[in-house]
Design a protein around this ligand. Structure first.
Ligand SMILES: Cc1cc2nc3c(=O)[nH]c(=O)nc-3n(C[C@H](O)[C@H](O)[C@H](O)COP(=O)(O)OP(=O)(O)OC[C@H]3O[C@@H](n4cnc5c(N)ncnc54)[C@H](O)[C@@H]3O)c2cc1C
Length: 591
């Protein structure tokens, strides 16, 4: 019998595993996808080899790439980027670590309080989460992003918006700023040269400006795994969990099994309560099934797989909220063409942002060529100015929104990927009960009935749609201010990569699955510790920092509630500031 089983080693699961392994608990992490233990042998900078969602090494599928990817039903025009494997979707991610806006938490009393999704707030205050934000920010670590040419051009556009520079980690109002990123700043030769011979560790440390964050960070060459620049969990919390005895006085190394797909959560009745008692998992390679019991089970399989596993396990769903409230920041994408070099394909993928609390945010995103072409083609308005004439929204961009094709697309890309500037619109979108995961009518796969995800455009609330329009206009204004000659709005179809809140915690038991400790309302000893536990879309900020802060708090609650541990935060003060492992870690990183 294990102390704790964690299902999923993506953005959230390894946080709980590392924190509880550090306290000496016997922790097992089960990860459905592969473990890339030798990235320099397994990864490339070839975009299709990495990013193709069906065949790439980053896909939702087993280690064996000759086997098909796992199927899910997406019943509308949309595109999903969720990755299976140790590190989960953080292997793809850009490491932007802004904090959630205070307005999405309980008892917020700012003058803009009614601008947020007030029906679906977190069941505790912002200040209660601050020590856990700080804990994760110190552990990752989170640093101010390195600036290059594309940031210089983007910030020039921001200066024309009439909003101030933001200098605090908490967003109190509209502002623009360099990102706070979980990417190590360049040191030594990094960022100063493109000569590959000079970009090896330890002569170069941190981000080398290679521009391939999307394909898994393996920079600088020859760096040990935990010194790779981008702090995806395969470079941070996973190694920490596996070596907990080396850095924590009472630590015990966690166990990790990759290619292990959990197909069932087991429960039993104890003293009149339904209690989680273990899991069954399937070995992707052999197809054999094994059962493992534990005192506590933590789900961290992501927003789509958690509801699927819950429903396939026959767990209770009395208020029918399992899988509901799938928020995705209803993204949009605007691109400007400039007559100058922007360095769009270089440096940390996203290093500068604007915040508009109550509406959402804008981010500069740099992309290599194939992804840039992809980003220009995913539209809900059809082909720009053609068959859907009259449908694509108009505004301060050129012509109608929609996807450019033919000579126009050629012209944009022919301009040169490094003469473009991209702005990602990140909408503060409402929790909508109709946006949800349900069992698909398609045939089951080897892991049981497959999930169907629906988020009909018509079910977006008025506030969500208005926020998106507000931000798209700001993005166009920014691009013009930066010097763009042409501005294109694509009107993206749902692009699922900031997915949140499908197993939400909430103030009311009528519309939430988790209580304020992230424990399932109807199954004791069952916790959720990933993006699906979030109460809402955070107001727009990228979700991983908040999900990891919440997962840290959840680990603390598990330790206190079921293993007799002491709290890790006392009187609002994080133990982190005095925790010797943090100073050791910062020293190790030379910070
Ligand atoms: C291109 C891109 C850029 C992004 N950039 C940012 C960014 O800059 N900042 C930010 O905050 N966020 C970013 N994100 C989002 C970020 O990746 C997610 O917030 C984060 O990975 C979510 O963590 P998670 O644990 O909820 O899910 P995941 O990371 O998807 O992890 C879930 C894991 O569980 C495993 N799993 C699922 N079901 C089972 C099962 N039944 N048994 C065993 N294992 C299972 C999966 O294989 C997966 O590894 C980005 C995403 C993409 C695609």
């Amino acid at each position: 019998m294990r102390d704790v089983i964690v299902i999923g080693a993506g953005g959230g699961g390894p946080v709980v595993a590392a924190e509880l392994a550090a306290k000496g608990l016997d922790v097992l992490m089960l990860e459905a996808g592969p473990r890339h233990a030798k990235p320099r042998e397994q990864w490339t900078h070839f975009e299709n080899d990495a990013n193709n969602p069906l065949t790439g090494y980053f896909r939702l599928g087993p280690s064996d790439r000759s086997k098909p990817a796992w199927f899910r039903e997406w019943s509308q025009n949309s595109f999903v980027w969720q990755v299976a494997g140790v590190g989960g979707t953080t292997q793809h991610f850009y490491g932007n670590y802004p904090r959630a806006y205070p307005g999405v938490f309980a008892r917020y009393e700012g003058s803009d309080a009614d601008r947020y999704d007030t029906a679906h707030r977190f069941p505790f205050t912002y200040s209660e989460l601050v020590p856990y934000f700080e804990w994760v920010e110190a552990t990752a670590p989170v640093q101010t992003a390195a600036m290059g040419t594309k940031e210089q051009v983007y910030l020039r556009g921001c200066e024309t918006l009439g909003i101030p520079v933001q200098t605090t980690k908490t967003s109190y109002g509209a502002g623009y700023r360099p990102q706070q990123n979980a990417i190590l700043q360049p040191g030594g030769n990094a960022g100063r040269t493109t000569d590959a011979n000079l970009l090896s560790y330890p002569e170069a440390t941190g981000c080398t400006f290679c521009g391939y964050c999307f394909q898994g960070c393996m920079e600088p060459v020859a760096a040990p795994r935990n010194q790779f620049a981008k702090r995806s969990t395969d470079n941070t919390y996973v190694p920490m969990a596996l070596t907990a005895d080396a850095w924590s006085p009472e630590g015990r190394p966690a166990a990790l099994i990759a290619d292990a797909y959990v197909t069932r959560i087991h429960t039993e009745q104890r003293e009149g309560e339904l209690v989680a008692s273990g899991v069954t998992w399937r070995d992707n390679a052999s197809g054999s099934e094994q059962r493992e019991d534990a005192r506590v089970v933590v789900m961290a399989g992501g927003c789509t797989e958690n509801p699927r596993l819950w429903l396939n396990s026959g767990l209770p769903n009395p208020n029918d909220w399992v899988g509901r409230g799938y928020t995705d920041h209803f993204f949009d994408w605007l691109v400007g063409t400039l007559d100058e070099y922007t360095g769009n394909s270089k440096g940390p993928g996203s290093a500068a942002r604007c915040d508009f609390p109550g509406y959402g945010g804008l981010e500069n995103v740099g992309l290599p060529p194939a992804l840039e072409a992809f980003a220009l083609t995913l539209s809900d308005s059809g082909i720009r100015g053609r068959y859907d004439n009259g449908r694509g929204p108009t505004g301060p961009w050129d012509g109608q929104a929609g996807r450019p094709i033919g000579p126009e697309l050629k012209d944009i890309l022919g301009h040169g990927v490094d003469n473009l500037l991209n702005v990602l619109v990140i909408t503060d979108d409402d929790v909508e009960p109709g946006n949800r995961v349900v069992p698909s009518a398609f045939p089951a796969d080897e892991h049981g009935p497959v999930p169907k995800v629906t988020f009909p455009r018509r079910q977006r609330s008025r506030r969500t749609l208005q926020n998106r329009e507000f931000l798209a206009r700001k993005a166009a204004e920014l691009l013009r201010g930066a010097g763009a000659k042409q501005v294109y709005r694509i009107d993206w179809a749902p692009l699922i990569l900031h997915v949140q809140s499908s197993m939400r915690m909430g103030e009311s038991e009528r519309d939430s699955v988790l209580d304020s400790n992230a424990e399932a309302r109807w199954v004791k000893r069952l916790f959720i510790a990933d993006n699906s536990a979030l109460a809402n879309s955070l107001g727009g900020p990228n979700p991983t920092l908040t999900a990891q802060a919440l997962a840290t708090r959840t680990a603390e609650r598990i330790f206190q509630q079921y293993f007799g541990g002491d709290p890790w935060v006392v009187d609002g003060q994080p133990v982190v500031s005095t925790d010797p492992r943090i100073s050791r870690r910062l020293a190790e990183l030379g910070l």
